[in-house]
Design a protein around this ligand. Sequence first.
Ligand code: CP3
Length: 335
Amino acid sequence: MNSRFLEALKGQNRGDPPIWLMRQAGRYMPSYRALRARYSFLELCHEPELIEKVTLLPVAELGVDAAILFSDILMVPEALGFEISFDESGPIIHNPLSSPFDIDLISELSPDRISYLSEAITSLKKRLKIPLIGFAGAPFTLATYLIEGKTNKTLKKTKAFFNRDKESFLQLIAKLENAVTESLLLQIRAGCDVVQLFDTWAGELSEEDFHLYSLAPLKKIQERIKATKKPLIYFCRGSSYRAPLIAKTGVSAISIDHHRPIFSVRREVKTIPLQGNLPPEALYQPKESLKKTVDQLLQSMRGDPAYIFNLGHGILPDVPYENVQFLVAHLTQKR
Ligand code: CP3
């Protein structure tokens, strides 16, 4: 496969940077909203044909350089026996962990509980001419959902949990680390070319806790993925500040958030592939100023053979669709 995204992940892209966008298939797209009028989010996530259809929307409509499997980080906890639903405010876990004893009840990931992913991937690989990215939530971020029961930016219960009982929390992280690795390996076996770990909430951790609960498991996951020779990209909020620490784990690439200019991050980590980091809110800008913002970012990373254009976090559901189209067209038109 001739792909500038894969070349950039090897640090060998000689042309303009590749582009894909976190949450590139979602509610900002009229075609996605039309599908959501007919199916619930969980139906879209469970049915191989629908997964395939949604994964392909941004590929066909925008012309991005990589597809990302349409799914959610909570599909792994669901396969482990947690009851998950989604409403307007986000995910809800109906049987969250209420005591350290509950951790013993979590079983190993049984591959047939996520076989719908393999089915979708196999079929997608027959149709795609660009790389397919598989993904999972990182153990720490999954643990926050299992303990909080929903999105809670303060992570109050999670922090109380690991401060009261560090050993049990580490046991939970170890179980999730295994399940996440199994899920990524299953996606790779089915045909994914690249995998990404989403550790959205790790930025809330002190440096010491970040080492314990995010970097240590990342290192172990990385070692097992390395055997497949497929690149593993790591994203967390706070990655723009912690890139040197993340790079030391041996991960293949880092997805950089938008809190610092990516060229400043590049000065600290010289060779590792970097992905990012247009602020998601920049897509609210009128096209003229959006173009200026994007050109500034492109100029700052010009000639970097290990740079992948992306946002600093996922696309917001209410940005104008035509601005996203404009962004991708602007990056790909000169090829
Ligand atoms: O990037 C992609 O296009 C692939 C699809 C993808 C989704 N979720 C689809 C989705 C990916 C990679 C995710 C990851 C994910 N899910 C993360 C980590 C990345 C991040 O954004 O921080 C997290 C924390 C979740 C959990 C989750 N799922 C939340 C907090 C929400 C609600 C917030 C929201 O955007 O609605 C979801 C729901 C969700 N996941 C939607 C989509 C398209 C919206 C569901 C709908 O259609 O109603």
